[in-house]
Design a protein around this ligand. Sequence first.
Ligand code: UDP
Length: 195
Amino acid sequence: SPVFHLLGLDIDNITMEEAVSIMRKHLEQKKQCSIFFVNPDCLNKMVDDPDYFSTLQKGDYIFPDGIGLSIAGKLLQTPLRENINGTDMLPYLCTMASEDEKSLFLLGSKPGVAKTAAEKIKEAFDVTIAGTANGYFDHDTQSDTIIETINNSGASILLVAFGAPRQEKWIARYRGHLKPEILIGVGGLFDFYSG
Ligand code: UDP
């Protein structure tokens, strides 16, 4: 599928509909993928953080988040077909999950936030939330326990909200231990939904 080359990244230049069918295909084929969003703030961080840059490069999909990327696309004569950010994608993701009887796990944000977001999301989109956990644990020593909880929940889709680049690095580091097929870094999404 088409890409938009920017600062050494291949950003997927796709529509929301295509994004959903990509995710559906990974679920059907039980083939794991990571999905990261980038906005201008992420690009700024990336320039000063080579580890974040290589993590993004190694991710399976990068979706363009926000008007800043659209402007960059116009300036570089690669118009972006659609803005794909986590907040806009969530309803489509949940509808797809609900239709395919797949469940979500919400990991990250302050204690209680993911749980409140889960209740709101369940109500709004009639989707199964397999579990939640907050993002304030020791990512070096306590990730194994959290991963076991995620894997035992049976979730197919994992949303990770530690903020960028922490969430992307965590997904890249632990993806081999995680059972969910779809791993997405979602930044402040749970704060947004619980507020
Ligand atoms: N967060 C977390 N664990 C941490 C640090 C941050 O779960 O160790 C959460 C924080 O509570 C917030 C989310 O990460 O819900 C995203 O934060 P922010 O909005 O700063 O992310 P960005 O929009 O910069 O990606």
